[in-house]
Design a protein around this ligand. Sequence first.
Ligand SMILES: Nc1ncnc2c1ncn2[C@@H]1O[C@H](COP(=O)(O)O)[C@@H](O)[C@H]1OP(=O)(O)O
Ligand SMILES: [Mg+2]
Length: 349
Amino acid sequence: MSYDKELTAAKKAVSLAASLCQKVQKELSQSDVQSKSDKSPVTVADYGSQAIVRFVLERELSDEPLSLVAEEDTEKLRKDSGEDALQRITKLVNETISNDGSYITSPLSTEDILTAIDSGKSKGGSLGRQWVLDPVDGTKGFIRGDQYAVALALLDNGKVVLGVLACPNLPLALASITGNAPSENAVGCLFYATVGSGTSMQSLDGSSPVKVHVSDIGNAEDASFFESYEKAHSMRDLTSSIARKLGVKAPPVRMDSQAKYGALSRGDGAIYMRLHDKPYTEKIWDHAAGCIIVTEAGGLVTDAAGQPLDFSKGRYLDVVSGIIATNEKLMPSLLKAVRESLEEKDSSS
Ligand SMILES: Nc1ncnc2c1ncn2[C@@H]1O[C@H](COP(=O)(O)O)[C@@H](O)[C@H]1OP(=O)(O)O
Ligand SMILES: [Mg+2]
């Protein structure tokens, strides 16, 4: 099965959404940011990006029914934000579409855009095709001016078959990433993969794609590892205990968003750990695109017990202690170190 048409549509959708996000990040004002009911932040870029992706997928794939599982909905937006935020989103979406010039359309109304955003409420699952979108992954990083991603994946009967990840603040040069802040004049990276075809990377401004591969390091002493920039998103005492057991010498590279999966897929580091302290339910849009980008680049992504991630269960992932990713050589020792560190933590609490 080829997913060429879907890949072209997904790359176009994600690139346009990323250009909207770049514009907003450059001139972000306080009124662009709101707080969701779970206290996490959401911005006009999250909403605009989701509307753009829906619009492009619909235009490019008009002969297919479109099911979308996406992070945002408009409940809060309709209830609590003023006319200004709605106008700002409407203007951003229309400007992005008209600057691109590929689509002949009269300007979308605010209601058209709210409807597009609300089309992301599919329950997901194991049947048929489901698009999976995080319109701005790493919103906290986005607000800080650091790394973030636009992440779009396609599930076919519950399996991830395609992933596209735009990382507007990730430099293109291999192995040049040392932290979370964008490098000067970064044009950003677009990673993409379809099942069985490997992972490619190109610049967001359209350079020729190159195939990327995960690091082939077999000795953990030479490896470096990624974890969240936000302390609350992964247990740092546990990741540092695991790194010690493995003999990792380099300090952790802390980065927001699925940009970590992108950087891992091209071998900037060899290990990614995301381990939970309190119960936390991972969402499929936070991992689907990143997961296929790493696996098609030769890596492995599992839960903390070594089980592959199962995207067929609906909007959520059923992982208990967290998610880890690395290459095939390092996975056995990483799993052993994770198991031992989790046991030590349990016995001391
Ligand atoms: N306590 C938590 N543990 C793990 N991930 C979290 C937690 N709180 C929020 N997240 C999610 O982590 C993602 C960003 O991860 P990273 O740390 O890799 O940048 C966001 O999608 C965010 O979800 P949300 O999108 O609901 O804000
Ligand atoms: Mg997210």
